[in-house]
Every structure is written in structure tokens, then in C-alpha cells.
Design a protein around this ligand. Structure first.
Ligand code: ZN
Length: 173
């Protein structure tokens, strides 16, 4: 089932999310909903708070079907960056909670992430390139941080004003 995506500014996008104590059928259903919502948007990542659930869970798939890459839906519970490279990378980022706004963000190029999968098993993997940027962007959401928080205040305020207007227009429609 697709779920509505919260649009910035929203207090739920600024909160620290709670760790998931253990897996449950409700969380597995949420995972399915998050993947469906993400693919439908379309997007390459989605964090639980973006659908109003304040739990540490993210979904991502940065595979590029246009380049013949097979889909790789990943759901991470309690994800944590345990190591990151000194080498950094700049990507133009966007966010499903901040539609149609893009800006360059610099982050570590490589990150090692630890998480729990949907079977409750501990997983660990190193990510590079777009996958690394995406997983860091999504984990940031769990700490109430948005990609625009990396931008200069003026640019951030400009984007926030556009989103306030977008929400107002949508409410009127
Ligand atoms: Zn986002």
C-alpha cells in the first residue's frame, strides 16, 4: 500500500527516530509500503519518518535500470555508519519530502554501514558512489536532518519558502 509522503517543513521530519527493538509483521508491512511508495514516487530512497513513522528504518535502491542494472531493493533497520572515508564526493541531491529541489552536497565517498535486515539478521556492507550518498542521506532522516541542512542558510530558506508555498497550493487544490 502506498503511503503519503510528508513534505518539508513538518516537525516530524526534524525529530530523532526511535530504534527498532525487534522485527515484527507490522514493520515488514511498513517495509513493503515504503518500497512501493519509493518506487512509485519515483525515488531511490525513503526513510520511515517521511511517511510519518518515527522508527529507524530506511528503504533504498540506487540500481540504474537504464544501465541494465537489476533492481536491488534494500531495507535497513537501525542502520548505522560505522566507518567513512576521508575521500569525499559531491552529488546533486534531492528528496521526496522536498519535491523538485536539488543541490550539491558533499559527503564521504565510501561508508561502511551496519544494519538489521527484515529477518532480524545483522548485516554489514561497504557502499560507494551514489549508494553511499543515498544511504547517508536516508540515515540523516532518522536523526531529523535534511540535505538542505548542509546548504548555506540563504539557500535553505529559499527552498523552505518554496515548500511552504507548495503545501499551501496543494491544500487549496
Ligand atoms: Zn530525503
Amino acid at each position: 500500500m502506498k503511503r503519503p509522503i510528508l513534505i518539508h517543513p513538518d516537525p516530524r521530519l526534524k525529530k530523532l527516530c526511535d530504534p527498532v527493538p525487534d522485527m515484527s509483521d507490522a514493520l515488514r508491512a511498513l517495509a513493503e509500503d515504503m518500497l512501493e511508495t519509493m518506487y512509485d514516487a519515483p525515488g531511490i530512497g525513503l526513510a520511515a519518518p517521511q511517511v510519518g513513522v518515527m522508527s529507524r528504518m530506511i528503504a533504498l535502491d540506487c540500481a540504474k535500470p537504464d544501465n541494465g542494472e537489476e533492481a536491488r531493493p534494500l531495507v535497513m533497520v537501525n542502520p548505522r555508519v560505522i566507518a567513512s572515508s576521508d575521500e569525499r564526493n559531491v552529488y546533486e541531491e534531492g528528496c521526496l519530502s522536498i519535491p523538485d529541489q536539488y543541490a550539491d552536497v558533499e559527503r564521504p565517498k565510501l561508508v561502511e554501514v551496519e544494519w538489521m535486515d527484515l529477518d532480524g539478521a545483522a548485516r554489514r556492507e561497504e557502499f560507494d558512489g551514489l549508494w553511499a550518498t543515498c544511504v547517508q542521506h536516508e540515515i540523516d532522516h532518522l536523526d531529523g536532518k535534511l540535505f538542505i541542512d548542509y546548504l548555506k542558510p540563504l539557500k535553505r530558506q529559499m527552498i523552505t519558502r518554496k515548500m511552504v508555498k507548495l503545501k499551501r497550493d496543494r491544500a487549496r487544490a
